[in-house]
Design a protein around this ligand. Structure first.
Ligand code: URA
Length: 272
């Protein structure tokens, strides 16, 4: 009985700390592993199996006296993102960026999916558990709903490009904090400049508010066209906020409005 109580308490503690799934199929005895490591003979480097490819060198980090950690993060992100002149360079820059706390708890960086030459770009909020495991955005249930909705207007991942406003899964699927969003924003803005789509679709309130610098909720912004601009874009991009598919899964009554917005997006693609 005492064991059951302890297990229950331990489970509750893990849930509260943000652990909401088991990654391995079988339990791992870490105590046995560390005991083995202590007693194992030291093997010289030459005799060990080849190691995994080294991670890219971390970026040079600026340390401005008096600046807060979040100011330094934004400054480093601007420097790295500003030097990226292609999507691949930007992906490498995100890989080297160490100033967003989210990357410490994430399994993979989730950069983007789809066709970077597409005329339409979607920007969601943050990777979830499936995306974190696979390193690809929108592959879980909400991504599957989004794929279905876009297929209904003739779009598949060869015809659209998709990313998020943060590149790492927030622990326990909490909302990303304003500092975490601010640290990733220079990369997201450069991402949009490099893709330079005809149409930009922020998915859900946080992405819409961040990209369009507005304070209204998604119910007010959805279905309306806004002009998205940034200094290196030759011309503003037509942007329409759209309900996040996870919200549509929770509130299917809003699918009627979502369908109207999909038709407006399709018409805009046809008109350009
Ligand atoms: N929700 C998001 O906002 N992004 C993903 O990649 C997955 C779910």
């Amino acid at each position: 009985m005492a064991d059951t109580d302890q297990l229950r308490e331990s489970l509750a503690w893990h849930l509260e700390a943000g652990v909401d799934e088991c990654i391995g199929e079988a339990p791992v005895d870490r105590f046995a592993e560390s005991a083995k490591a202590i007693s194992a003979p030291v093997i010289s480097e030459a005799k060990t199996a080849p190691r995994a490819a080294p991670k890219p060198a971390p970026a040079q980090r600026r340390q401005k006296p008096g600046a807060s950690a979040s100011e330094i993060a934004v400054e480093n992100a601007c420097a790295l993102a500003g030097n990226a002149n292609s999507i691949e360079e930007l992906r490498a820059a995100v890989d080297r960026f160490e100033d967003c706390a989210l990357r410490k708890t994430a399994t993979n960086t989730v950069f983007a999916d789809g066709n970077p030459k597409a005329r339409i770009m979607f920007v969601g909020e943050a990777p979830g558990a499936d995306e974190d495991r696979q390193g690809v955005p929108f592959v879980g249930v909400s991504g599957q709903l989004l794929d279905l909705m876009l297929a209904s207007i003739g779009l598949d991942r060869a015809q659209f490009y998709i990313t998020n406003i943060v590149f790492w899964r927030p622990p326990g699927n909490r909302n990303p904090s304003s500092n975490e969003i601010a640290a990733c924003l220079p990369f997201v803005e450069r991402h949009i400049e490099l893709v330079d789509p005809d149409i930009l679709v922020p998915l859900g309130g946080p992405a819409a508010k961040t990209l369009l610098a507005r304070s209204e909720g998604i119910t007010r912004m959805r279905g309306k066209w806004f002009a998205y601009s940034s200094p290196k874009l030759a011309a503003p991009i037509d942007a329409m906020p759209f309900f996040h598919p996870a919200y549509l899964l929770r509130s299917p009554a809003y699918k009627r409005e979502a369908w109207r917005d999909l038709l407006a997006i399709k018409a805009k693609l046809e008109e350009n």
